[in-house]
Design a protein around this ligand. Structure first.
Ligand code: PAF
Length: 210
């Protein structure tokens, strides 16, 4: 059995699982956030969770009384020819996996309309994005123009909705971590960014849902 799964199973045996609340709207998260105890760590994901995500949950649990996980397949970080339509959507299995860790308090799982209401952007005019000058010229940005603009925009929204004390991302997505650190620093967001080490498959490849 994989080391982390073994560890997770042991923790489940040792402690009673917290009940996970699944919230679907920003208003519900804000209401819930007002009642949250202690500091809050947020692990943002697009679902199809694997041990890499669960290791970030463990890091967040170590540091914070409350742990939130967001699950949202963000259309704005997919180009037209990419796999947005077929990207795995496995909410029930994801919530079960998070429940098994015993360490998550709530999941924010909005739908597309909740995050980007139709009509709110006047048919594409005045649609706000977080732009990062030059990012489409380097690394994954050069291969996927517009990708980091979409990532930065949804992360900014998640930070405003959840208002965490810290955000947890995997080192596997190195440039994403750099981009989000710049976003936090340059636009004066409050949370600190914690970067977790990659968790690898048996053949050494860093785990990924992408
Ligand atoms: O790394 C991911 O899964 C996504 O890019 C993120 C940070 C959840 C934003 O959609």
């Amino acid at each position: 059995m994989h080391r982390l799964l073994r560890h997770t199973a042991r923790r489940v045996a040792q402690q009673q699982c917290r009940t996970i609340t699944v919230l679907r709207t920003a208003d519900d998260v804000r209401a819930w956030r007002g009642d949250a105890r202690g500091t809050v760590g947020l692990v943002p994901t697009m679902g199809a969770l694997h041990d890499g995500h669960l290791s970030l949950v463990e890091l967040a649990r170590r540091d914070h009384a409350t742990v939130a996980v967001s699950i949202f397949v963000n259309p704005r970080q997919f180009a037209a020819h990419e796999d947005f339509g077929t990207y795995p959507r496995t909410l029930d299995a994801d919530v079960a996996a998070l429940h098994a860790t015993g360490g998550v308090d709530f999941v924010f799982a909005p739908d597309g309309e909740e995050m980007y209401p139709k009509g709110s952007d006047h048919g594409g005019l005045l649609r706000p994005y977080i732009d990062l000058e030059g990012v489409d010229g380097v690394g994954e940005g050069a291969r996927r123009p517009g990708f980091f603009r979409g990532v930065a925009t949804v992360v900014a929204k998640l930070l405003n909705i959840v208002r965490p004390d810290a955000l947890y991302l995997g080192q596997k997505d190195g440039l994403q971590c750099v981009v989000i650190q710049r976003l936090i620093d340059d636009l004066n967001f409050d949370p600190s960014l914690v970067v977790g080490p990659p968790v690898r498959e048996a053949d050494g490849l860093a785990m990924s849902s992408r």
